[in-house]
Design a protein around this ligand. Structure first.
Ligand SMILES: [Zn+2]
Ligand SMILES: [Zn+2]
Length: 483
């Protein structure tokens, strides 16, 4: 057995370069499909490290791949780097304050995500340089937030040729992601009516805004009759103007329709379509729709999850300065609960008693500087949304981890995330994720039978399941271009 851990040291050696790259991307804070500077910085990094960089990969302008090695096994590491609009925030300040009001910010920690995965790819390259067979491919995946960049990449042929793919996401805890994520469809609904003076001749007008409001009301009644974990949300993007004395002839909303399985989301999408149609009939307006993007639910792979869990344990969680603990406590105090509680409910008869005891002890940690036992991961309230990692997971066996990059209870997509994006805990969590992914990948590459086992599990789960790709002709668009 080789000493896989020695390749991980590569990440420690390059940690200054890695953390400053992540900080640089934090500063760019570019939203979906406009990540030009972030991509340039990452590509430069990979070129300087001797990877073969392919820009505009799989027909997506801000996607790229960085590859090293040859032949099999072919291992993918997925990275993201897009930010969220409206979340500008001063770094390291423990109160909400924008750098530039209305500007974007890294509210999901993707500055860390992209670079943590790059760190992993770099360590795997070190292993390959030592004469081991195989290829590592870093996928620079743009537009995760509201864009499903990976779904477009998957439609255009990405990930299929991999033996397996690994990734991670910043979080408040260290754990393997065991749960699935929600599949979704994002759709722009547009109503068209007839404008008229709202007091002088309202009978001449047909209100598109009425239609949109009725559609939203209809959807809110639909909620009671959807499956439990389904979710529908909307943003009204065009109310038809600012004049109440005009019957609005146009109105638009973007709907996000989610459910645990792709097929269920597709069914729900059809029901929302019917509501739009009904609203148009009731108001004598017309409606049209545009599918913006869709993404698949995440298909888990227990073999890969186990490999990641073992790697996380072998590397061990980072240690922190007292300052980091004190600051984390202050961030936690800014959240609505403020108690730092990680687990809502530890009562589960099926759990191993030692694990329950362990979690009780850890329930109020100042930083969650421990690994959630694999068996108890379902107790952590984490995720609940969608990720386009789901689409990669339909193409090849895929798994991901979370590491603690933020104080306990930091909400996702919040100013607290942006503020902590360049902090000690963020940097350490990022490097820990990179090391864990690299170690798991190298160990898998050392054991071809384990790779075969992961594939077998994948094949079994995928039997009788059908992937629904984004239809041809629909291309990735920045949110600002959706009209
Ligand atoms: Zn997010
Ligand atoms: Zn994210």
């Amino acid at each position: 057995m080789i000493d896989a851990k020695k390749y991980i040291e590569e990440i420690d050696k390059k940690q200054d370069k890695l953390t400053s790259l992540s900080d640089e991307i934090w500063g760019y804070a570019e939203t979906a499909f406009t990540e030009f500077q972030s991509v340039e910085a990452l590509q430069k990094f990979f070129e300087s490290e001797g990877f073969l960089v392919t820009p505009h990969a799989y027909g997506v302008e801000t996607a790229f791949t960085a590859e090293y090695g040859s032949g099999t096994p072919r291992v993918g590491v997925l990275g993201e780097f897009d930010a969220l609009s409206g979340l500008s925030q001063v770094s390291d300040l423990i109160e909400k304050k924008a750098v530039t009001e209305g500007a974007s910010g890294h509210g999901c920690g993707h500055n860390l995500l992209g670079v943590g995965s790059a760190a992993a790819a770099q360590a795997i390259k070190k292993y390959l340089e030592d004469g081991h067979a195989g290829t590592v491919v870093y996928y620079g995946c743009p537009g995760e937030e509201g864009g499903s960049g990976k779904a477009f990449m998957a439609r255009n042929g990405a990930f299929k040729d991999l033996d397996f793919a690994l990734t991670w996401h910043p979080a408040t805890v260290n754990q393997v992601c065991k749960d699935s994520s929600l599949a979704n469809f994002q759709v722009l609904y547009e109503f068209k009516g007839i404008s008229a003076h709202a007091a002088g001749c309202p009978e001449m007008g047909r209100s598109a805004l009425d239609a949109l409001e009725i559609m939203n009301v209809g959807t809110n009644f639909l909620r009671e009759h959807m499956i439990d974990k389904a979710r529908v949300h909307y943003a009204i993007t065009d109310t038809g103007g600012y004049s109440p004395n005009v019957v609005q002839s146009e109105a638009k909303a973007i709907y996000l329709i989610r459910a645990p399985k792709v097929g269920q989301a597709a069914e729900l999408y059809k029901r929302v379509d019917k509501i739009a149609e009904g609203a148009a009939i009731m108001t004598e307006t017309t409606y049209s729709k545009q599918l913006i993007k869709s993404c698949a639910n995440l298909v888990s792979n227990r073999v890969l999850e186990q490999a990641l869990y073992e790697a996380m344990q072998e590397i061990g969680v980072p240690s922190y300065t007292e300052d980091a603990y004190e600051r984390a406590e202050k961030y936690t105090a800014t959240t609505p609960d403020g108690s730092g509680r990680v687990f809502d409910d530890l009562i589960d008869d099926h759990l191993i008693p030692e694990n329950v005891e362990y979690l009780r002890e850890k329930k109020h940690s100042r930083i969650n500087d421990f690994i959630v036992p694999y068996e108890t991961i379902h107790l952590v309230k984490c995720g609940g949304g969608s990720t386009d990692v789901g689409d990669a997971s339909w193409m090849c066996p895929t798994a991901q981890i979370n590491t603690a990059t933020w104080a306990p209870q930091t909400p996702g997509h919040s100013w607290q995330v942006v503020s902590q994006g360049k902090s000690e805990i963020a940097h350490k969590g990022m490097l820990y994720a990179g090391k864990s992914i690299a170690l798991a990948a190298i160990k898998m590459m050392e054991e071809p039978e384990r790779i075969a086992k992961a594939r077998k599990e994948y094949d079994e789960v995928m039997k009788d399941q059908e992937y629904i790709p984004i239809p041809e002709g629909i291309e990735p668009r920045p949110i600002s271009a959706i009209k």
